[in-house]
Design a protein around this ligand. Structure first.
Ligand SMILES: C[S@@+](CC[C@H](N)C(=O)[O-])C[C@H]1O[C@@H](n2cnc3c(N)ncnc32)[C@H](O)[C@@H]1O
Length: 275
């Protein structure tokens, strides 16, 4: 552990959700929402993220013709092991058939346990997009199904599917997430059949279930690849969609019908089938 870590305090005057999308998609470390913005922490300097936020803000102002005040303050602080502090803040939770718990907490004898030790990859089950994806997995994944978890983060969704006896592959563009998914699968005595760094376009296989909890923009960019990965009667679980982008995302999935829509707070999860 290093002696110091860096904390970037970001304040934005408006459109906080667009900045959240940007951070969600660009930074491999987690960030925390504060009342007027975000806090990003890392053992490395955060100059690149600060620069990216400034560029994004400039582009956004031009695109929408509004002035947005952005303030980024980076500070170097003594390292009290923030990962450990973050880990301690994670409590177990039940989502339908599943019980997600860190390894230092007891299992629940009545549910299907998923052990996840929170680390740098996204996915402890506490975010509504992960929780809704798990609900969909709990309902639609059947024993023996082939599943791909696109944007696996901590691996939680794929691990959930494996716990239901599906055969699961996973991928993520972020190498830290791939590593963390492998570690978390091992914690559950499971193994992804295949897991790779990159997106689903790197596989030509077809799956019974394709699950992707990624931000709306990415779900539009990779819409073709996600649909191509589906077997004829396959089910596509799309999550990570802020409700205001739902119709934009659906515009890229016009050849699919909605079989279920789960909404929690401002987050929407869509369960789709090809028409
Ligand atoms: C919101 S996290 C979801 C993590 C986990 N699946 C969950 O549900 O909690 C989104 C993940 O998608 C990954 N990602 C972003 N764009 C991607 C792409 N085009 N293909 C695959 N993964 C991508 C990110 O690196 C991140 O780990």
């Amino acid at each position: 552990m290093q002696e110091y870590y860096y904390e970037l305090v970001v304040k934005v005057s408006s459109h906080k959700e667009l900045f959240a999308d940007f951070l969600h998609d660009t930074i491999p470390v987690g960030f925390e929402e504060s009342e007027s913005g975000f806090i990003v922490r890392s053992e490395d300097e955060l100059d690149t993220i600060m620069w990216g936020l400034e560029q994004f803000c400039e582009a956004l102002q031009k695109a929408i013709g509004e002035v947005i005040e952005l303030e980024c303050i980076q500070q170097k602080l003594p390292n009290s092991d923030w990962v450990e502090l973050y880990q301690k803040s994670i409590t177990p939770l039940a989502i339908d058939k599943f019980y997600i718990h860190p390894t230092w907490d007891e299992e629940n004898p009545d549910l299907i346990n998923i052990a996840i030790d929170p680390a740098l990859a996204f996915g402890t089950g506490h975010h509504p997009t992960t929780a809704s994806s798990l609900k969909a997995i709990s309902k639609y994944v059947k024993e023996g199904d082939s599943v791909i978890d696109v944007g696996c983060g901590s691996g939680i969704l794929g691990i959930g599917a494996m716990k239901l006896n599906a055969v699961v592959e996973a991928c993520d563009t972020d190498p830290v997430s791939v590593e963390n998914s492998i570690v978390n699968a091992k914690l559950n005595n499971l193994k992804f059949t295949k897991i790779w760094e990159g997106s689903c376009s790197l596989s030509s296989a077809k799956y019974d279930i394709v699950v992707a909890n990624i931000v709306a923009d990415v779900l539009t960019f990779i819409a073709k690849d996600l649909k191509n990965a589906l077997k004829d009667n396959g089910i596509l679980i799309l999550s990570g969609i802020l409700d205001k982008y739902e119709s934009k995302v659906l515009g890229f999935y016009k050849d699919c019908e909605i079989i279920e829509r789960i909404a929690v707070d401002e987050w929407v999860t869509l369960i789709l089938k090809r028409k």
